[in-house]
Write a protein that binds this ligand. Sequence first.
Ligand SMILES: Nc1nc2c(ncn2[C@@H]2O[C@H](COP(=O)(O)OP(=O)(O)OP(=O)(O)O)[C@@H](O)[C@H]2O)c(=O)[nH]1
Ligand SMILES: [Mg+2]
Length: 500
Amino acid sequence: VAIVEVGPGLLEALSALRDRVARARFPLPAPGSAAARRTRDDLVAQLDDHLLPRLRSPDAPLLAVVGGSTGAGKSTLVNSLVGREVSPAGFLRPTTRTPVLVCHTGDLPWFADRRVLPGLERGGDLRLEPTDALPPGLALLDAPDIDSLDARGRELAAELVCAADVWVFVTSASRYADAVPWHVLRTAREHDVTLVTVLDRVPHPVVPELSETFAEMLTRAGLGAVPRFTVPELPESVGLGGLLPRTAVAGLREWLAAHAQDPQVRAAAARRTVDGALESLRFRVGELAAASALQHAAVLRLSCNVADAYAEAEREIAHTVDTGGLMRGEAQARWLEYVGPEYTGTGERERLRDALGASLAALLRSALDTAARRAAHLWRADAAGRALAAEAEQLAAGAGTRHRAVRLAEEWLAGVAALAGGGDAAVRLAAAAFGAGAGTDGRGGEAGRIDRASRDLHARTGELVRLERERRYALLDRLDVTPDQQIELVAAVSAVWKER
Ligand SMILES: Nc1nc2c(ncn2[C@@H]2O[C@H](COP(=O)(O)OP(=O)(O)OP(=O)(O)O)[C@@H](O)[C@H]2O)c(=O)[nH]1
Ligand SMILES: [Mg+2]
């Protein structure tokens, strides 16, 4: 009997959503990005472990995951339901480290392949125990404790809960008030999974009192309608072979069998779980979309920091060149020497040429250093940019910019030499382009050449600034944060919603 009928459209839309969610990246430490990464992983696990397998195989047996605190008596309960020790119980905490899946022998093929819990290696990470003691259509999974001390154990327990059609929450008289199980219970309520609780190991005299307190706690948590079973503990209640008497688990056994076998009950439970999952999916993908928007906003902000810093550099360079700022200091002194009465020949010419090149390179370096420092400083001041600021500073500290500034000056001077035909005409033209007053000797075409040399200088410096800016942008581009992620997540979840 199919327990949930869904169209192929929904399955396709859900698979597409799963892939889009799995590809979502939140690389920048913008607000909510750590939570978004966790939500993404949870969503993918839930879709892979439960929702997609359940929808693809509506006839598959119902999987009841037995979960709860360590020592609550989960393994003992599973063994007692099956009637033999399939999962060792013990005094050591925790005892169960590898989950054990028990199902009817005929149902084994459903679980032998990786339809459910595809991440768990059969035999190694998940032990399969076929039995004829369970009715067909019902599988029990004995899970490690949910409040496990090691992170891997907790993750595994959470993953197993995600895979459940029915979650059998087991707690004990001594543990029922603990925080972690209640946190997991509330999560189960949010996902609207089918839930049943077992208050285990309750000392016989306090059974009525304790089960009432527990019922009140469930009601307060919005779980008042959840079926409850109480298993009393007598010193001898775990008899030979470590099993509880049949009567102690009869109620739970019947409830589970009814769920697995009554097509209507089964369908209603599965429908509820799927609906709950879809509902929470929409909400959580919404969170991912919002976090994606914040990622993109952060990248835009960090790009603007770079753009502003380098626009300032470009302005500074142009202004200095245009107002004769390159003909100061050393360049000015060598120029006066060159045009002065002491002029003796090529010595002065070479010194002037070197001084002009050095003046240009120094201007470029200083403007680009300032821009690099400003951009890195702005990134450091932004929580999202802090991690990248270190890389930006490394770029700034390297010798690359200095080399490129010197090379630009050399190449421009070579271009000017070619334009002027070398010799004295070349240095005079370069000096004139830097704003030296006596640049023109009045011969035809001089003004045009100065203009060309200036324009060439502006073009080269503009290109250099652009390349330096690109190096900072590349740090952001590498993160591959685009507006598409948000748009595609929203589109993928809307497609699921339409097919529902
Ligand atoms: N007397 C008595 N002992 C019980 C009962 N249920 C469990 N125990 C004992 O309590 C101990 C822990 O039980 P387990 O079934 O291993 O508990 P668990 O929840 O599977 O524990 P982990 O695998 O560590 O998460 C074992 O020594 C059991 O024999 C019970 O109803 N009565
Ligand atoms: Mg156990």
